[in-house]
Design a protein around this ligand. Structure first.
Ligand code: PRP
Ligand code: URA
Length: 207
């Protein structure tokens, strides 16, 4: 299931991050800010437990998060979203999946994986700004499931309809949250209009 975060504050920031004139410093800041907003929504149904907190006046019935959260950035561009989600849930653990898209085949190539054991029984949140063909997201979900994860959420900034459809058909149990579902993929499998190459724009590199 895919959820679009259509809030004006998110859409305003999305307009700036898409702009080809936005430099890498501002791009990084916006990736952090947008991620925090999307994750705020993506985490709204996580398990909580009731606690009693003594305020200076009286006991208060409160709720605290009662789930192990594991954030999994897809290297490299996913790292640009890490600060935003850790600002929201500072006690989350972090795993990593290293994947890049082969320039010719456009297929994901895996080169690294490292997960904390809490993916079993907890909630894993894959972060990657771009879900284009969906191949990288599917590969990351496959790796997480192979290592015992069962509750998986994907948080992206920009997605394509083709990619969403592919991920949903491969993994119908996974929830996808994004700020945009764009129009289509071009012949190079880039999202149109998208925001270009997220890794390059985040880290100031270029092809
Ligand atoms: C980008 C992006 C996703 C992937 C999306 O990474 O960050 O991981 O492409 O494409 P897909 O949905 O078609 O698989 P890229 O391969 O450019 O690697 P990078 O993060 O190291 O720049
Ligand atoms: N990777 C990106 O960074 N951007 C796209 O549009 C597609 C894949």
């Amino acid at each position: 299931m895919a959820y679009l975060i259509d809030h004006p504050a998110v859409q305003h920031k999305l307009a700036i991050i898409r702009d080809a004139e936005t430099g890498h410093k501002r791009f990084r800041e916006l990736a952090t800010e947008i991620t925090m907003f999307i994750c705020y929504e993506a985490l709204k149904n996580i398990r909580t437990r009731e606690v009693i907190v003594q305020t200076p006046i009286a006991p208060a019935e409160c709720r605290k998060i009662d789930t192990d959260l594991v954030v999994v950035p897809i290297l490299r561009a996913g790292v640009g979203m890490l600060e935003g989600i850790l600002d929201l849930v500072p006690t989350a653990r972090v795993g990593f999946v290293g994947l890049y898209r082969d320039e010719e085949s456009k297929q994901p190539v895996a080169y690294y994986e490292r997960f904390p054991p809490q993916i079993r029984g907890g909630t894993s949140i894959i972060i990657d700004p771009m879900l284009a063909t969906g191949g990288s997201t599917i590969a990351a979900i496959d790796l997480l499931k192979k290592n015992g994860a069962s509750d998986i959420v994907v948080v992206c900034i920009v997605t394509s309809p083709e990619g969403i459809e592919l991920v949903e058909s491969a993994h119908p149990d996974v929830r996808i949250y994004a700020a945009a579902i764009d129009d289509h993929l071009n012949e190079n499998k880039y999202i149109v209009p998208g925001l270009g190459d997220a890794g390059d724009r985040l880290f100031g590199t270029s092809h």
